[in-house]
Ligand binder design. Sequence first.
Ligand code: COA
Length: 108
Amino acid sequence: MHLISLKNIYSKQLPNMPKEYIVRLLLHYSHKSVVLLKRNGTVMGGITYRAFTPQGFGEIAFCAIASSEQVKGYGTRLMNYTKEYAVTMDHLSHFLTYADNNAVGYFT
Ligand code: COA
């Protein structure tokens, strides 16, 4: 249920991404998602990545926070949790991503 809520946030926040593509990656066994929840259980956003463990890096596929919760520091917090998890659980040292001009400011 959390993944489906996250899918809805991604498709709203990333309107150029086809919904079918989002669902295919989000529900694929090789991809992991870190989901940020409110205390009441509402999904506020998330990051989906694929771990390439032997090569030591992860590829971030999607990253979004619901519009009502943006610019409050949640994206930063989510990214920090994701890095911590990737380092300790997946033993990754790097993240790669492909970002368009709208996203470059956030990732740099
Ligand atoms: N464009 C550029 N920079 C942005 C931004 C945007 N749309 N939204 C936030 N930022 C900046 C903030 O100014 C802040 O910078 P600072 O630390 O220098 O002040 C930094 O990103 C982190 O802000 P924060 O409040 O932690 O981020 P957030 O909770 O608003 O989440 C996104 C940031 C990018 C996840 C959120 O804006 C979002 O979901 N955007 C739409 C989807 C998207 O573009 N995803 C990234 C590509 S997949």
